[in-house]
Design a protein around this ligand. Sequence first.
Ligand code: PLP
Length: 422
Amino acid sequence: MKKMPFVTLEQVREIAKTHPTPFYIYDERGIRENALRLHDAFSWNKGFKEYFAVKATPNPYILKLLKSCGCGCDCSSLTELMLADALSFGGNEIMFSSNVTPAEEYAYASRLGATINLDDITHIDFLEKTAGIPETISCRYNPGGHFQISNQIMDHPGDAKYGFTTEQLFDGFRILLQKGVKHFGIHAFLASNTVTNDYYPALARILFETAVRLKKETGAHIAFINLSGGIGIPYCPDQEPNDIYAISRGVKQVYDEILVPAGMDDVALYTELGRYMLGPYGHLVTQVIHQKHTYKEYAGCDACAVNLMRPAMYGAYHHITVLGKEDKPCDHKYDVTGSLCENNDKFAVDRMLPEVEIGDYLVIHDTGAHGFSMGYNYNGKLRSAELLLREDGEVQRIRRAETPKDYFATFDFDDILDGLSH
Ligand SMILES: *Cc1c(COP(=O)(O)O)cnc(C)c1O
């Protein structure tokens, strides 16, 4: 399927007059419609709740928008909890799915009344000492081995640092029951960016069967099952997108087959989607500022890997549109690069694009999740602004671009850099 940007060249030219490139822009309408679709698809489950994975797009305006669509938030660090706190998410709207958790973060999550999702059996004692054991708690399950759908190995949970083993999960539940826990949840995240409608149903089967056994063998009341994140998006134009209604039907089938006959037809389903909620609804917009013709053809941009790390880190594909040339043939081959002194600073390698000229604006697609948030400051490069394209067509700045002053802010404890003019 041809990927079309949600902004036109004319719009970007207008926006760039007040907000110089590079910038991230998010599509409010797309985000809202997608969130409502998710809730509609899972409306058969009474307690359904999506806890947006804050790390995907930790911007308060985005979190507020999602909150207005009925989403809670999934936090895993001090600052993510602070965001949730500042935006008045209620305790039952905050999931705290952390690992290697500092004591102060458990204490904070506990003060907020967040649902704590323990990553390890040793955290039971740790939590008891730092914040006390709440009435409702969740445990993260890691079934080990490899996770397979039909014949395809999706991932290797046995190599992942997260979660309780099966034995620890049962022991953990017994210990928590003794310590007064009344309501339990279980959580697992076994594969990420899955572009198949079968992932959630396969994961649900594992979690539902485990939940039935936990109830039978420990007597625990299972209040919710958290399918976590992992629903992916089609980064490549030739990938078939997930169908959230088909995914939901698949989960319901397993729910009716396993939980209902066990008398567990009141179990709420939770999700902690990040990529699926925001990925397609963000663009990184950058301008071509140099071209270079050596052993290869290079299009050099004003954005670089600090603005979007996924291609450099994972070799991830992100589709690129040359704005205004949407209908031109892709008959030129480029490496699309940033300015870091790092040869992996390439948004695309050997990418076929229409002929690119200096001054062209590029849209780097599907950067709404795990894009801006994975940014860094290598080479002293600065983070860009984030903008929100409102449903009425207005463009709202939802984060300003960093300035050198921000970069040097952590030297403010003495006067060594006082000579800097900003
Ligand atoms: C990262 C993360 C998510 C979100 O993952 P996506 O791939 O963006 O859906 C959800 N839950 C936890 C615990 C995570 O670490």
